[in-house]
Each structure stands twice: as C-alpha cells, then as structure tokens.
Ligand binder design. Structure first.
Ligand SMILES: *Cc1c(COP(=O)(O)O)cnc(C)c1O
Length: 397
C-alpha cells in the first residue's frame, strides 16, 4: 500500500490518474495525419505556460539535462564567454555541463540559500564594453536549496548596461507551478522537463527559444546532431519530428495543458503559493526550524529545503520516513547532505495531501527525538489553509 502515498520529492512529481490514462495508449503512427492535428496545437499551447507569443517550443525525448545541452550547443560556440551564478547542486551541474562543452564559464559563487546575483551580473556586464559575454544563465528555482531567483531583476541589470548577451533560464522545477514570463523577462532560452510541474513521467525536455536566439544558430558551432534545433524546427513546421517522437509523453503533455488551463494558470500559481506557505508555517512557526532560503522572498513555491537541528542527520530522517511510513521526502544535496531535507510541494497536490506529508515527517521527527511537539507543524499549516483565500471547490448554492 505504500505506493499509494504521494511523494514529497521535488520531482518526479505525483502523476494524476487523468495523465496516467492519457499516456496509456497503444502505438499509433507518428507519420499519420492525425498526429499532426494533435501535435501542432500542443506546441502552440505550451507557449502560454512559458508566457510567450513569439518564442518556439521544442520538445526532445530527454530530461532537463538534455534540455541544457540542447540550448548550449545550438546557441553558443566553443570558447564563448558566459556568466553564471552557482548556488546549489543544479546550478553547479549546469556550470559543469557548460565547462565540458568548452565554454569559457565565468562562475560567481553565491552563498547557498541565495539566488542569481543580478547586481553582480549587471556590474560585470556594464564593464564588458566589447560585449564578450554571449549569455547569462539563471536558475529560476534552485531545487537543492528551495531558492527562487528574480529573473526580472537579472533582465533589468542586463538592460541597464545595454548588453546584448542572451539570457538562458533553467525553469525545470518552476515552470507550470510558478509564473514564468518569457517575453516580459526577455528570456532567450528557457529549459524545463516533463516530470515536475507538468506532472508527467520523466523523459521529455521542454524548451522555449526566442526569435532573437534562433538567429544565432548559424553562428553557433558547438557540435550537435540529435539536438539540432534546425532539424527539429523544420520537422515541427511540417507537423512532425526529425526522429521517432515520444508519443505517449506528447499525448500526456496535451492533457496536462488541458488540466492546467481548466484550473487556470493564475489559480495554479496561487495554489502553489498557498501550499508552500502552509509548509513554511509548519517549518518556522510549528517546528521552529530554519529554511535554507535566506529570506522569505527567496523561498520557492515548489520546494522547501529545511535545516535539521545541530547533531541530527537529515539522511536518517528521510530514510526513517520512507522505511517506517512509506513516504519519500527529498534528501539534502551537495553541501546540504545530512544537514537539510526537502519537501517538494509542486504538481498534483492539494492542501490535504500536503498536510499528510507534514504529519508524516512530524512522526518521523518524533520517533528520532527531534525537539518538536507532535502536531505543531500540522496545526500551523491547518490554521493557514483553513483561513487563507482559496478557490471554492463547490459554490455555496
Ligand atoms: C530536475 C532539475 C533539472 C533536470 O534534471 P533531469 O533529471 O535531467 O530532468 C535541472 N534543473 C533543475 C533546477 C531541476 O530541478
């Protein structure tokens, strides 16, 4: 029965039955005309989630990591200078990927618990009179620390110095859960995946690329074949794929978009904020613990990373929760291993499901003699969920 419990890891996320059914289909012919009819509107509708009208959505059978590789290899050349902040395991891995691709990576190390250093970026770009930097990289939600970056502030800094560098954003653990404004923020490449906010199985990288970025393709000459945007866009324009498309994931994406639009994107974002606030009330007001995110504005609405008290091992806590109660929480990654655990609160979740996760981790903490009062986190969250504005499930009539 333990497999009936929701997971509280920040991806892959819980798959609603409706999406499991949408992906449970017999093979069909991806060259048949009915695939074209299904596929093209999905590409078009995905743009709404990215917040763009002019960008191009590109899908690959891959994960978010493949999405990074696609963006880098299509839009940059060997030795190109790029600017990036490193403040968690995911921004660290992105840096590593860029270095292994032979890019000249200027890394700004930021204390974990903070986000993209918009002001430092702005200073560096203002001093770069010859426009040597070709791209700035930002991680919208750093999943290891539960920190959200202010992408609009990064863009303002770039604009203030009138710098033409492209802006690449990793939105793997934020897209379809937190508002994303590709056009307004002037994002040139946004990289996401199927298994987080879209609530699907893992296996599809979901990207969106600006018109400005697409103009760079010919000059960018990092090696690429499988990920060549040109092949993909040519095939997509004709309603198809340059190789066999992951049909079931594409059908799943179509249904996921329907679910998101039925709820309303604004309501989806409001729900994630509310779920996150309840978790944060449990952490700070209920248990008296500290978030890894240094300030409330930095706290992500999709995942919370929580320091355990000194002398406690967060790995023991997450293992105990899994072994005893059959519920998964995120472990501390990188320098936070053993020191913090994470609660993923994105995707297919309700207040009630989140309360069950809080109740479970509380039991695990009580079993391991944590200095908390059983029920303290749950009641702090209950009080918030009970009184905070929410969309009525049923009208009073
Ligand atoms: C999950 C995630 C990724 C990509 O991971 P994959 O396992 O390759 O899908 C990248 N960046 C962030 C911020 C993530 O949360």
């Amino acid at each position: 029965m333990s497999n009936q419990n929701p997971v509280f890891i920040p991806g892959p996320t819980n798959i609603p039955d409706r999406l499991r059914l949408a992906m449970h289909t017999q093979t069909s012919d991806h060259r048949a005309p009915d695939f074209v009819e299904v596929f093209s509107p999905i590409l078009e509708d995905t743009k709404k989630v990215f917040g763009t009208t002019s960008g191009k959505v590109i899908l690959y059978p891959a994960t978010g990591t493949g999405g990074w590789e696609a963006a880098m290899s299509n839009l940059l050349a060997p030795g190109d200078k790029i600017l990036v902040g490193r403040f968690g395991t995911f921004s660290e891995r992105w840096v590593d990927l860029c270095e292994r691709h032979g890019l000249d990576v200027h890394v700004i190390d930021v204390e974990w618990g903070r986000g993209s250093p918009a002001d430092q970026f702005a200073e560096i770009l203002a001093a770069d009179k010859n426009h040597e930097y070709k791209a700035v990289l930002a991680t919208h939600c750093e999943t290891a620390t539960g920190v959200q970056s202010d992408v609009a502030a990064v863009r303002r800094g770039m604009d203030a110095s009138k710098h033409p560098a492209m802006l690449f954003v990793d939105c793997v653990s934020s897209l379809a859960s937190m508002e994303f404004k590709m056009d307004e923020w002037g994002v040139d490449a946004a990289i996401s995946g199927s298994q987080k906010g879209f609530m699907l199985m893992t296996g599809m990288a979901i990207l969106c690329v600006s018109e400005k970025a697409l103009e760079k393709i010919e000059g960018a000459n990092l090696p690429r074949t499988y990920f060549d945007f040109r092949d993909m866009l040519r095939a997509n324009a004709a309603g198809g794929f340059p190789y066999t498309p992951p049909l079931q994931l594409i059908f799943g994406l179509g249904e996921s978009l329907k679910m998101l639009f039925e709820e309303g994107l604004d309501n989806v974002y409001a729900r994630h904020y509310r779920l996150a606030e309840g978790v944060r009330k449990a952490i700070t007001d209920g248990w008296g613990f500290e978030l890894v995110a240094k300030t409330p504005e930095l706290a992500s609405d999709t995942v919370s990373a929580i320091y355990v008290p000194d002398g406690k091992d967060s790995n023991e806590l997450t293992e105990h929760a899994y072994n005893t109660y059959g519920v998964s929480f995120g472990i501390g990654l990188g320098q936070l291993n053993g020191k913090a655990f994470r609660i993923g609160h994105l995707g297919s979740l309700t207040d009630v499901m989140v309360l069950s996760g809080l109740a479970t981790i509380e039991m695990a903490m009580a079993d391991l003699d944590y200095p908390i009062k059983l029920g303290s986190g749950v009641s702090a969250a209950q009080e918030y969920y009970r009184t905070s504005a929410r969309k009525a499930l049923k009208s009073a009539a």
